[in-house]
Design a protein around this ligand. Structure first.
Ligand SMILES: Nc1ncnc2c1ncn2[C@@H]1O[C@H](COP(=O)(O)OP(=O)(O)OP(=O)(O)O)[C@@H](O)[C@H]1O
Length: 448
């Protein structure tokens, strides 16, 4: 549906653009604040629109959004009427045309991609025209300079000349030394539940931590432990994204772990004794009081997690930890039909969330099947190899192993090994903790 037609010879071609896609982006943004977030994430800029009226409407939507005001046909219409732009964009009815152009706001990011790519092609064409003009220099000794200028033109097309994100070693070294010498400003490490793990594996904002294991090895148990420790013990705001378990199952596990009441007593078909009731009451006090937000949804996408974080940030309630259970069952934004590519995109998306919001993200990952064909079932980093780029994207990889999972009579029954297979800021090591599956929790050996 692009307007990039091959016009008759001698006629000027329409520059690359897709007005339908532009309408769908704006229609989606007028329908939902989440769509605005998805479009901004790209990021799409006003001058990426080909039609000037669309750029004006886009700016009005962003103006309202930045003031945390709703941006719909009525509010945007009022704002444009006030600035005198309403007639130029086609009047109030055009805003309704935009809304009617999309069946759902969910695809705004997809259409924004199209608009962005066409804007890049347009700029490439403009840069090409300028480069052609530059090539008509009269002095051939200017050739090297013209090549440099032409290269700069091409770089500018993709925005490579932006200076944001570029820093100097001098600046960073100064900040680093200042931080090192200023003992009054301790580094903000995430408080983690198991003592030896805490000492060996420092986790900071921006880190992606992967907790991987064979099916049923205890990934959810460990991740709920991280949530309980950060939020209940240390009062750090935490966002828990549960794709696998519903809210009821999640609560059963949290209460079992916190109250030390066997999980199967909490399924509603066993009488709970007085002693357990008392412990559940105390646990309820702690859990109700904890700063834990949850997204419990089997179809959640990373776009939705980003939008949630952005809204929390706008309310100054950005969590200090995000936990996602688990990576391979997250819904990809756009399925390519190639699992490795889709999982790779999810993994990079998680890393970007951690970096953009400067918070640690702990994510569960299922190990691939090659483990089952081996005699030694202890997992190694390469067991993640075929799972997209999880191993590369992660700052820290913790592999879970319980010998009694494979050998019921193992002398190491009740032990869970945390195999730290990647640790960018610390040593690789094996940490043994106690696994209490019936309470859905793990803990330091000394406490078992
Ligand atoms: N009542 C119980 N008594 C003993 N162990 C239990 C009990 N309930 C669950 N478990 C143990 O806890 C494990 C579940 O752990 P968890 O759900 O965290 O694994 P997971 O790695 O997240 O699994 P999945 O791959 O299915 O997501 C089970 O494999 C089981 O060994």
């Amino acid at each position: 549906m692009t307007d990039q037609e091959t016009d008759a010879p001698g006629h000027i071609r329409t520059p690359p653009s897709d007005l339908d896609a532009e309408q769908c982006v704006l229609g989606g943004m007028l329908l939902s604040a989440d769509a605005i977030g998805d479009v901004l994430d790209l990021p799409l800029a006003g001058n990426d629109f080909y039609k000037p009226a669309h750029e004006t409407i886009f700016a009005a939507i962003l103006d309202l959004h930045s003031r945390s005001e709703p941006a719909d046909a009525v509010t945007v219409g009022a704002l444009l009427a006030k600035s005198g732009d309403l007639n130029h964009i086609g009047g109030g009815p055009y805003l309704h045309t935009l809304i009617n152009s999309v069946p759902t706001a969910a695809n705004a990011g997809y259409y924004a991609d199209i608009v962005k790519e066409l804007a890049v092609l347009r700029r490439l064409g403009e840069a090409g025209t300028r480069i052609v003009q530059m090539s008509y220099v009269t002095d051939r000794s200017d050739a090297a300079t013209v090549v440099d200028l032409a290269a700069a033109e091409i770089q500018a097309v993709t925005g490579d000349t932006r200076t944001d994100g570029v820093t100097t070693v001098a600046d960073e070294a100064e900040t680093f030394l200042e931080g090192l010498l200023d003992n009054t400003k301790p580094r903000n490490y995430l408080p983690t539940p198991y003592r030896d793990f805490r000492d060996a594996v420092p986790i900071e904002g921006g880190d992606m931590v992967v907790v991987a294991g064979d099916t049923g090895m205890g990934k959810s148990v460990v991740m709920v432990d991280f949530v309980r420790h950060a939020a209940i013990e240390c009062r750090k705001r935490t966002l828990l994204v549960s794709i696998e378990m519903n809210a009821d199952q999640l609560m059963q596990r949290m209460f079992a772990a916190e109250a030390k009441v066997p999980l199967h007593h909490l399924r509603g078909d066993v009488n709970i004794d007085d002693f357990e009731q008392k412990r559940l009451g105390k646990a309820a006090g702690r859990i109700l009081d904890a700063p834990i937000d949850m997204i419990v949804d089997g179809t959640v996408t990373l776009g939705r997690i980003r939008s949630t974080l952005r809204r929390m940030q706008a309310r100054h309630m950005l969590p200090e930890l995000v936990v996602i259970d688990y990576l391979q069952i997250l819904t990809p934004e756009r399925e390519t039909g190639n699992r490795t590519i889709d999982v790779g995109a999810l993994s990079r998306g998680i890393k970007r969330i951690a970096m953009d919001f400067r918070i640690p993200v702990i994510v569960g990952a299922q190990l691939n099947r090659q483990l089952n064909g081996r005699t030694d079932k202890r997992p190694v980093l390469s067991d993640l190899r075929e799972s997209g780029s999880i191993g590369q994207d992660a700052n820290i990889v913790v592999l879970l192993y319980r010998e009694d999972y494979y050998e019921r009579e193992s002398p190491r029954a009740g032990e869970l090994e945390l195999i730290v297979a990647k640790n960018r800021q610390g040593p690789l090591c094996n940490i043994t903790i106690g696994f209490q599956g019936h309470y859905s929790r793990a803990l330091d050996m000394a406490q078992t």
